[in-house]
Design a protein around this ligand. Structure first.
Ligand SMILES: NC(=O)c1ccc[n+]([C@@H]2O[C@H](COP(=O)([O-])OP(=O)(O)OC[C@H]3O[C@@H](n4cnc5c(N)ncnc54)[C@H](OP(=O)(O)O)[C@@H]3O)[C@@H](O)[C@H]2O)c1
Length: 286
């Protein structure tokens, strides 16, 4: 599994598409490709896979990029009824919307759909059966999950050390919600962590310590956050419509936060500065 080293000296960073303005999304993605972004993150639930597909096809058709240089990932949305057949159905639709014949990574968007607290393990196992077959058919390169903590992955224990164990777990990760224990648990199992909202949707940029370090290193607050993720072996999935901000985040890899500053940043972690987007209590998950 070589996501971490895939781009050699390039920043190990992804570009997210959630909430991008649909009217300008094609231009935004083309700009991101031009600036060097190669990993693009979408989801069935974002309802924009067709726009991402259109944009990357334009980039490929005009010779800006080759398919094999891109890493396109999308997510299965677990909403009742969900399981083996629904996974096939949703995957087929995503592939069509993106206009691709394979997807680099396919993730289960979240572990527990509403009303499925008692049965989600069994249902996720059925979803995973479809994921495995799709991987065997060459339609998915890496299987992954998102927002899963340890106990949500245990149903896959028998797959450990196989190609069908999750290669990726995409989690909310930023300096004020670090999830260190879960990251280490995943790291021991070879699961690569992608960190969504690495700037905490912009909130992180006003933090006094982030600003103090930005001044010390002569960087912007966003670059401190992106660098913090990368130094923790997390692939930050950031997003911006502003071209200068897109460039800024992309150019976050030419400096190194000192050990002492990484320790200070560890000190601003909290257990509850996260986005409450779930229908069940998020805190119960972690
Ligand atoms: N798996 C999940 O459940 C899940 C959940 C949420 C998000 N995600 C993924 O993570 C991606 C990123 O999430 P996010 O948008 O919350 O990420 P973020 O990077 O934490 O926040 C992006 C926000 O910060 C602004 N920004 C970006 N770069 C900046 C810079 N250099 N200086 C100042 N402001 C800057 C952007 O502004 P503008 O847009 O105005 O330019 C945008 O409003 C999503 O698109 C999605 O792909 C996944």
């Amino acid at each position: 599994m070589s996501l971490i080293t895939k781009w050699g000296g390039r920043p190990k960073i992804g570009f997210g598409t959630f909430g991008l303005n649909a009217d300008s999304m094609e231009d935004t993605i083309q700009t991101a490709v031009r600036l060097g972004y190669r990993l693009f993150d979408t989801a069935a639930d974002y309802h924009n896979e067709h726009l991402l597909g259109k944009a990357i096809h334009h980039c490929m058709d005009t010779g800006m990029i080759k398919r094999e240089e891109l890493f396109i990932q999308t997510k299965y949305y677990p909403v009742s009824p969900y399981g083996y057949e629904d996974a096939y159905k949703q995957f087929k639709k995503s592939l069509e919307q993106l206009g691709l014949d394979y997807i680099d990574a396919y993730l289960i968007h979240k572990p527990i759909p509403q009303y499925s607290e008692n049965t989600y393990r069994m249902e996720n196992k059925e979803v995973w059966r479809a994921f495995k077959e799709l991987k065997e058919q060459g339609k998915i390169r890496y299987l992954g999950v998102s927002n899963f903590c340890e106990r949500h992955i245990d149903f896959l224990e028998e797959e450990r050390n196989s190609a069908f164990f999750p290669a990726i777990n995409q989690l909310e990760i930023h300096p004020s919600f670090q999830q260190k224990g879960l990251r280490e648990w995943c790291g021991e199992r070879g699961i690569v962590i992608e960190g969504w909202s690495p700037l905490n949707r912009g909130k992180m940029l006003n933090h006094p310590l982030i600003n103090e370090l930005a001044e010390k290193y002569g960087k912007t607050p966003a670059q401190i956050c992106i660098s913090w993720s990368v130094q923790n072996d997390v692939i930050p999935i950031t997003s911006a419509e502003n071209e200068n901000w897109m460039r800024e985040s992309m150019e976050s890899s030419d400096f190194h936060l000192e050990e002492e500053d990484m320790k200070r940043l560890q000190g601003i972690n909290s257990s509850d500065d996260h986005w409450d987007i779930w229908l069940y209590k998020r805190r119960d998950m972690y």
